[in-house]
Each structure stands twice: as C-alpha cells, then as structure tokens.
Design a protein around this ligand. Sequence first.
Ligand code: IPD
Ligand code: CA
Ligand code: CA
Ligand code: CA
Length: 268
Amino acid sequence: KGGIDLDIGVLDKFAQEIIKEAGERIRAAFSYDLIIETKSNANDLVTNIDRDTELFFIEKIKAFDVTHRILGEEGMGEKVESLEGVVWIIDPIDGTMNFVKQHRHFMISVGIFIEGKGKLGYIYDVMRDDLFYAIAGEGAWYNDKPLRKLTPVKLEEAVIGINASWVTPNKRVNHEKMIQLIRKVRGTRSYGSAAMEIAFVVSGKLDAYISMRLAPWDIAGGIIIASEVGAIASNLKGEPFDFLSQDTFIIGNPTVYQEIIANYIEQL
Ligand code: IPD
Ligand code: CA
Ligand code: CA
Ligand code: CA
C-alpha cells in the first residue's frame, strides 16, 4: 500500500482518533509524578510524557501503515531526511515548560505530508480538548466550526504573539525596528507554545506570531491550517521555511504580515 492512493478521509479520522487518545493519556499523567530532564540547556525541558506520547504515536501509525514515516521532536522515530511518501511531523507536547509548570497551554501538533505536500494539519489543546485542524483544499475547522478566511487588519489594531527572546544579544534582528513594531501594534502576547500561537493566528485571535527560532515540528500542523485560511508564513527574511531544519519564523494575517516584513523586520 503506497502513500499516493490513500483515502484522505480515512487518514483524517485516524489522525483525530489517535490525537484525542494521546491527549487523554497526557491528562491522566498528572495523577502520577513527571520525570523532568533537561536537553540542550537547563531551561530546555523534556519529560517522560513527551517521550511516551511520541512513542504512542509511532506505534499507532506504524500499525496503521508501516510505510508511513514519523519525524518527532524527541527523535524516537526513524531518521527522516526527505519528505517522500507519507511523513508525519509531530510535536508530542508543544510547550513542555507550560506542561510542567502550568499544567495547561500545551498542544499536540501534527502535520501529515504526502510527497512533500502538507495535506492534514492538527493543533490540539490538550487541557481544553480543543482541536484546530485542516484538510488541504477542503478547509479548516475549530472543533466542529469552520474557520473563516482572515480579513484585513490594520497594524495599529493588531495583537501579535512574540516572546522577549528578541532582546537578547544573540538574536540577530534589527532592534530599532522591532521597538518600532512593538510601539505600533495594539498589544503583544506571549503564550509559551508556538503551536498555540499559530492556532490563534489562523483563528484570528492573534494577527501575527514571530519567533527567533522554531523547528519543523513546532509549525508543521499549523502551516497546513494557515494556507486554508489565507494566513502567510515564512522565515524572517520572507523566504519559505525549510521543513527539515530550524529557522526564524513569522505567520500572520496577510495585511499585517506584509507590513511587518516590509517595514519592521530586518534579520541581520
Ligand atoms: C517550544 C515552544 C515555545 C517556543 C520554543 C519551542 P517545546 O516547544 O513552542 O513556545 O518558543 O522555541 O521550542 O520544546 O515546548 O516543544
Ligand atoms: Ca522541546
Ligand atoms: Ca515545540
Ligand atoms: Ca515538544
């Protein structure tokens, strides 16, 4: 059974089922102790539940179709160096720090690519049991409600998601311009889960989201939902995001995106 003649409806139903089941398992995990470890630095957290959840997805997907490949943040799947065939890009918990500290505001993010094209995208708010999802070419939904195409917003009325990491010296953007952007917009927010912030952009709760560094699993689900509602995403140079590496990132309502990229962001 190859990837090409897949029934998208069947795949969507299966994906939604395992995402909800993974969410149930994560909610249950709060009744016992989390094992918290660090990765690249003392603030880069991972828990046994991040890893268990990724393994859960791998086992389910391989039982569904052994030819599907899985690229997950915790690296429990095989090495994925191309997007040939069917590739699931998964962040088992996006917002691990929120998961550990706040017990809320963390997402499961899943993007399914077929022969390099994003086909199905999911962002699941585990504690709220809220699902944002899209089927390429067919539309996007927030639970049972269709998501509308985004309409123009003035930059001075925009609310944008951004965290304070742009002020640190190793973040290579023009600070003067960023200061002007922050003065110009109506407000800024920082939620600690890239997938959640992308879900907010595609549903009009934020007008843009900017990050100094994201990985494919942070955005794979969201980018597929984005194209169904007309949100635009790229790196901070305005170039397409590379799905097999890490990059700067911006997603926004089209009018807000254009104005930010043209006048306020200069990646050095
Ligand atoms: C992180 C979150 C966070 C973003 C980081 C990501 P993780 O993902 O999305 O909001 O600022 O860049 O790495 O590690 O919690 O899955
Ligand atoms: Ca992480
Ligand atoms: Ca993440
Ligand atoms: Ca993660």
